[in-house]
Design a protein around this ligand. Structure first.
Ligand code: BES
Ligand code: MN
Ligand code: ZN
Length: 513
């Protein structure tokens, strides 16, 4: 990925001489335009002509060098970007989303005009924090300009990417800088997860997860452990081994640890790293099967979040585990009716080999909890098609045995614009996965398919505060937001980062399940 430099300068608007300068325009409660002093008269006329009123997401691009501003401003293009009535925003999270979305619109404009350096004026509207604008506009732009071109060899009409964002502001630059760094860190992590997800299944195997984690560990001084197939067999990880049986590619269990010098608490994050899900012997239909290269988005999210989190250096130990394999149909493949034994001894009857995510997560959760004794565990997985039926593409599903962890995650999701919706758990659902011949079976029928999948995992977490995020509906293609281009969204990455930013020590030290 090419990196984008972000600068904060005290240059004046009229001195900015780049290709594109962005000016935010808001409205007061009567719908009257509030803009910058320099452009006041023009904005007034525009409003009178009803050409541009400053409504939310309204855009007007001007060429001042050939208009009335010739000689007054130096930039080639001016982009007026409407914010609407910002005094009306009751909720800070809405403000964050407003600027993130604005960042996304700036990104589209840059892509459209092939702009490599963009200037953004931080407005001085009443009640607006310049650091907040810096953070979320940075995040929105970087998320929005993302593209994956690695395999496009002969397309010469591509956007070469954004080299630099230059914020112009008279406010405290060191504060803005801090905001910008946060936005930059989380956006880059989400883009790293998108890069992994964009790789086809022949370009991103379990071994790629392992190699990437090793690289990150070296760079950021993390501890990295890779459990190979033989280790997993010895440890009794029957779930991962079973799913891998139809494959030519060996499985990996990737573990990354961020160990601060002093800590009292540990957070464990587990991500489904299924590099291709054919369904196995319970084969999926051909239509749409290609999308199952994205079945590793949970693993990608956890790994990328780990990168960003360890850069921010929280005083908590954070451990990421990615069980990784593909789910194939080779001659040795696990068959419907087979019985497997998970790490820790729970046996499971395989009713459908396509319900494989829970099998690899079960081993990883049980092992991670035993080994790292975490205060809380969060797993992310593209686990069920059923979550799309329940929530569509606008919320990820959240299932948890702990109200506090649920609240914290929902709040983190609100802050970062990745909404979560809780679905219930319960003994009645767990009953659906009872087996006649083993401790449980891996499917629970059509009703409440996402919840029965979560109940499967629930068996392996005991009393540890745990939340399961089913991201099957949000991990790719369907998020209609300016800062989420088509393709993998990187969902979950920023939620995890935000959860750690919002961490309150002692939250899960008592047994409050
Ligand atoms: N990876 C899929 C879930 C999925 C489906 C994600 C569609 C995104 C889009 C998962 O492994 C799966 O196949 N689940 C089955 C479970 C069923 C067999 C109980 C499903 O949802 O159909
Ligand atoms: Mn499957
Ligand atoms: Zn799957």
């Amino acid at each position: 990925m090419k990196t984008t430099k972000v600068a904060v300068s005290k240059k004046k608007l009229e001195e900015y001489s780049g290709e594109l300068l962005v000016i935010f325009v808001a409205q007061d409660s009567d719908g009257k335009i509030i803009g910058d002093r320099l452009f006041g008269p023009m904005l007034k006329s525009l409003q009178e002509f009803k050409e541009f009123t400053g409504k939310k997401e309204e855009i007007l691009q001007l060429y001042p060098a050939i208009g009335q501003f010739k000689g007054l401003v130096q930039c080639k293009r001016l982009m007026l970007l409407g914010l609407g009535d910002i005094g009306e925003l009751s909720d800070l999270n809405e403000m964050f989303e407003l600027f993130r979305t604005a960042g996304g619109s700036i990104a589209s404009q840059c892509k459209k005009n092939k702009i490599e350096i963009v200037g953004v004026n931080i407005p001085e509207f009443k009640g607006l924090d310049a650091a907040v604008v810096g953070e979320y506009v940075t995040e929105g732009i970087l998320l929005g300009v993302y593209q994956f071109l690695k395999y496009k060899k002969k397309d010469d009409d591509v956007y070469p990417g954004l080299k630099k964002i230059e914020f112009l502001s008279r406010a405290d630059r060191s504060k803005i800088r801090k905001g910008v760094d946060k936005g930059n860190n989380s956006a880059l992590a989400a883009c790293a997860a998108r890069d992994m997800a964009n790789e086809p299944a022949n370009g991103w195997t379990p071994n790629h997860f392992a190699k990437y984690a090793e690289k990150v560990a070296k760079e950021l001084h993390l501890k990295c452990t890779i459990l190979e197939k033989s280790h997993m067999k010895k440890l009794g990880m029957g779930g991962i081994i079973a799913v891998n049986k139809g494959s030519e590619e060996p499985p990996k269990l990737v573990i990354l640890e961020y160990n601060p010098e002093k800590y009292t608490e540990t957070v464990l994050m587990v991500g489904k790293g299924l590099t291709f899900d054919s369904g196995g012997i319970s084969l999926k239909p051909a239509q749409g099967m290609m999308d199952m290269k994205y079945d590793m988005c949970g693993g990608a999210a956890v790994l990328a979040a780990m990168e960003a989190i360890s850069r921010e250096k929280p005083g908590i130990r954070v451990v990421a585990i990615i069980p990784s394999t593909d789910n194939m149909t080779g001659g040795g493949a696990v068959k419907p009716g087979d019985i497997i034994t998970h790490y820790g001894g729970i046996t499971s009857e395989i009713e459908n080999t396509d319900a494989e995510g829970r099998l690899i997560l079960a081993d990883a959760l049980a092992y991670g909890i035993e080994k790292f004794q975490p205060n809380c565990v969060i797993d992310l997985a593209t686990l069920t098609g059923a979550v799309i039926i329940a929530l569509g593409h606008h919320h990820s599903g959240l299932m948890s045995n702990n109200d506090r962890l649920t609240e914290k995650l929902i709040e983190a999701g609100r802050i970062c614009g990745e909404p979560l919706w809780r679905l219930p758990l319960g003994k009645m659902y767990a009953k659906q996965i009872e087996s006649k011949v083993a401790d449980c079976k891996n499917t629970g029928g059509r009703p409440a398919g996402s919840i029965t999948a979560a109940e499967y995992l629930h068996q392996f977490v005991g009393k540890v505060p745990w939340a399961h995020l089913d991201i099957a509906g949000t991990a790719w293609n369907f998020t209609e937001k300016s800062y989420v281009p088509k393709g993998p969204s990187g969902v979950g990455v920023r939620t995890l980062i935000e959860l750690l930013r919002q961490w309150e020590s002692g939250m899960f030290t008592e047994d409050n399940s």
